[in-house]
Design a protein around this ligand. Structure first.
Ligand code: AKG
Length: 245
């Protein structure tokens, strides 16, 4: 066990070094890694350190354009929907992508190689979610039947704030700033025991700073669930918070 936690610590230190290198002279570069997070308590900080990472500038502006060029035509005539089947998402549209152009598939592979272990089984489909400027995602935990221990998401077009709350005690929470072009990775306890949500624009505060959220597209990769059932959808409602909005 000690060995595993040391390995996780080393991996996190590497991520932080990568962050330091990538953020030089780029948007959000004036923000230190610590400032990307806000915690309600030390206990939560420990959970967040063990199970959540944000890598700003994971892709370049050109790579973002290249992804958007491939994604935007996929919406066709589809309009933003008011609510997901369990009302977890407001004002969104989504698509699952099974194959990417050669150049974009190298980006998606990079997401996977940074986020997952070499022996993980990864879902073939990449989930692309388009949240309108006034859209938001309510607190939920992804259904365990559908997705495994690790979820990684690339944010395009806009920064946003993802809030995580202890499922059993919503007073224990942390927030992560997801800059445009950043990758977040959530896993293990954070993935299973914390709800996650994307805050509404007017609630987008972190460490006292307002983050102006606009239309945001996320590209989400997941490890495969260990269960073999096919659920109806990704999202699992969490009763504590679905009535709040
Ligand atoms: O858009 C995102 O990055 C988050 C999506 C989400 O909440 C999820 O996949 O469970």
């Amino acid at each position: 066990m000690k060995c595993l936690s040391e390995l996780l610590h080393i991996r996190r230190s590497c991520w932080q070094k990568l962050f330091a290198q990538n953020s030089f002279k780029r948007p959000f570069s004036s923000i230190s890694y610590q400032e990307l997070f806000e915690y309600s308590s030390k206990n939560v900080e420990k959970d967040a350190n063990d199970g959540c990472v944000v890598l700003p500038n994971f892709i370049t502006e050109d790579e973002e354009k290249c992804l958007l060029n491939e994604i935007e035509p996929k919406w066709g005539k589809s309009v933003y929907q008011e609510g997901h089947w369990d009302n977890a998402i407001h004002l969104f549209r989504e698509v699952e992508v099974s194959s990417w152009s050669r150049i974009n598939s190298t980006i998606v592979s990079r997401i996977k190689s940074h986020s997952f272990n070499f022996n993980d089984t990864i879902r073939d489909m990449t989930h692309v979610l388009d949240l309108s400027a006034t859209g938001f995602i309510k607190p939920h935990i992804d259904a365990v039947k559908f997705c495994g221990y690790c979820i990684a998401g690339l944010s395009l077009l806009s920064p946003s704030i993802m809030k995580f709350c202890d499922e059993k005690n919503p007073d224990e929470w942390f927030k992560a700033l997801l800059p445009q072009r950043s990758l977040y990775i959530m896993k293990n306890r954070v993935r299973y025991k914390y709800t996650h949500e994307i805050l509404k624009t007017e609630e987008s505060y972190i460490n006292g700073k307002f983050i102006s959220k606009d239309r945001r597209i996320s590209i989400i990769c997941r490890t495969e669930s260990m269960a073999s059932q096919q659920p109806n959808d990704i999202f699992q409602a969490v009763p504590v918070s679905l009535d709040e909005t």
